[in-house]
Design a protein around this ligand. Structure first.
Ligand code: FAM
Length: 466
């Protein structure tokens, strides 16, 4: 069923050239980037000139037929994922970031702005730099009227991720990169307009994502105006209608920050990188990434975990024992389904993001008493053993999504079809950062070589009989 266009409130629309108010003696994000880019360009030039033909690994048949797992084949500056240690952002682990990155006023958790600054520049921002970026994002955060019309005209039955991807793609109407490309900008300027688009997109994502939520789950009720003194996620929480819940807002800040980047090979980040390598602008590049994120083996897993947990809760009733959870896990596996929230393409131990979210729960008595969170904990106590006995997955340990949606559910954000949208707001931090770096380093169009099975068999024969 299609909905009538409604809710067209007068807005003060931000334009791409709105400049953030500079705080005294504070460098802007762009100025900081301008300082760090030359050294990285030099490093890249040196590697390219001296080592283009140096062999740093080999390609096995399993890489070709196994989804390119483990193949070191792309450059990604902002984060590196160790299978056992987990993610590091420019060398900082999640606990390091929790100690060093500025939080929101009155909050304790990392905020998106400080994570974005770190991802883009490799530097820990000061409190003043973080606030300045918050203000810049808030000033640029309003949606253009045509996007409001577009989103309001979509059927509420359309999956929120499809709506998000459409909204992000349509924002490319305002792409400065595209406009400058048409005018004939120099290659050395690509990164600057990419940065401008990326910042504008990140700024507008909360209003877009919140509008989708309000339309689908709150009958298109009005969104509050963006508060220029609040951080990006504080505003997002407000616009969703949960701003008064300090704990949920803090949870969203933490979740969105630590979920922002996870190396380049994951499907969403890689998609953005691939599409942008054709010099498509950041909006359509990220729109494509959101389509990859919408798959159940990737971003949709947080929705699937909730669905699975609730079905288990329903079936077990009050009999939530380790034994019964084990039986339910086996039932899932024997029916040919995966256990959502467990396993990972790279990680080989419990995901540090899962641990950080569990630690958040451990400090809140209400979360500790929540039946859904207790179920997550009990499942964690038995699932790795069952998965090891099952013997298929290389990683029987939980990933971030084993718990992420359950906390939202406890706080009353129960519409789990929406959870991947929150992930989409988060992943923009890392995926868009890398577009800026790809253009600053002048990375080329991505074009790996594919081969047929016949060619593969010939290569195997040659390799066995050199
Ligand atoms: N339950 C049951 N079987 C699993 C499994 C799980 N949680 N994880 C992996 N397997 C199976 C997998 O399907 C494969 O089976 P086949 O040989 O029959 O194809 C086998 O174990 C080997 O897989 P793997 O090499 O260990 O994992 P992959 O790298 O192929 O896949 C995941 C990684 C994440 C797609 C996979 O572990 C999975 O499907 N997990 C459940 C879904 C999930 O939680 N996704 C979220 C990932 C998350 F980090 C994110 O993107 N947000």
């Amino acid at each position: 069923m299609f909905r009538r266009v409604h809710n067209l409130r007068p807005r003060c629309f931000a334009t791409a050239n709105v400049s953030a108010r500079r705080l005294a003696s504070t460098k802007t994000l762009k100025e900081t980037l301008q300082e760090v880019i030359p050294a990285k360009q030099e490093q890249f030039k040196n590697i390219k000139a001296k080592h283009s033909q140096t062999v740093v690994g080999d390609v096995k048949v399993e890489n070709i037929i196994g989804g390119m797992r483990g193949l070191k084949a792309m450059l990604w500056e902002a984060s590196v994922l160790d299978p056992y240690e987990g993610i590091r952002f420019h060398g900082l682990s999640i606990p390091d970031c929790q100690k060093q990155l500025p939080a929101a006023p009155g909050g304790k958790e990392i905020i998106a702005e400080s994570m974005l600054w770190l991802l883009l520049t490799g530097k820990v921002p000061t409190e003043a730099e973080t606030r300045q970026l918050s203000r810049e994002l808030a000033e640029k955060g309003d949606l253009p009227a045509y996007i409001e019309h577009l989103i309001d005209s979509l059927p509420t039955s359309l999956h929120p991720m499809t709506q998000l991807s459409m909204g992000v793609a349509a924002l490319n109407h305002d792409s400065v990169f595209q406009a400058q490309y048409e005018k004939g900008m120099k290659k050395s300027e690509y990164w600057e307009y990419t940065l401008e688009d990326c910042i504008n997109l990140i700024a507008r994502l909360p209003a877009l994502a919140a509008r989708i939520y309000r339309n689908v789950y709150r009958s298109g009720s009005d969104l509050p105006a963006i508060n220029k003194d609040l951080d990006l996620v504080g505003n997002y929480s407000n616009m969703l209608g949960y701003g008064a819940n300090h704990d949920l807002t803090e949870y969203l800040r933490l979740y969105i920050s630590i979920h922002g980047d996870h190396e380049g090979g994951n499907a969403s980040a890689h998609t953005a990188h691939l599409v942008n390598s054709t010099l498509s602008d950041p909006y359509i590049s990220y729109s494509a990434a959101l389509c990859a994120l919408a798959g159940p083996l990737h971003g949709l897993a947080n929705q699937e975990v909730l669905r699975w947990q609730l079905a288990m809760q329903k079936e077990l009733g009050d009999n939530i024992t380790h034994e019964n959870i084990k039986d339910y896990l086996w039932k899932t596996l024997k029916s040919g389904q995966v256990v959502p929230g467990y396993g990972h393409g790279v990680l080989r131990k419990s995901d540090p993001r899962f641990i950080a979210l569990q630690e958040f729960c451990d400090t809140r008595p209400d979360l500790l008493q929540s039946p859904t969170i207790q179920m997550v904990k009990k499942t964690f106590e038995v699932a790795p053993g069952v998965l090891m006995e099952h013997g298929k997955t290389k990683n029987p340990w939980p990933n971030v999504d084993a718990t992420s949606g359950c906390v939202l559910y406890h706080y009353g954000l129960t519409e789990f079809k929406y959870y991947t949208v929150i992930f989409g707001v988060s992943r923009a931090l890392g995926a868009l950062t890398q577009l800026v770096w790809a253009r600053a380093l002048g990375l080329p169009l991505e074009r790996p070589k594919s081969i047929s099975m016949d060619v593969l068999e010939k290569l195997i024969t040659t390799s066995q009989n050199p």
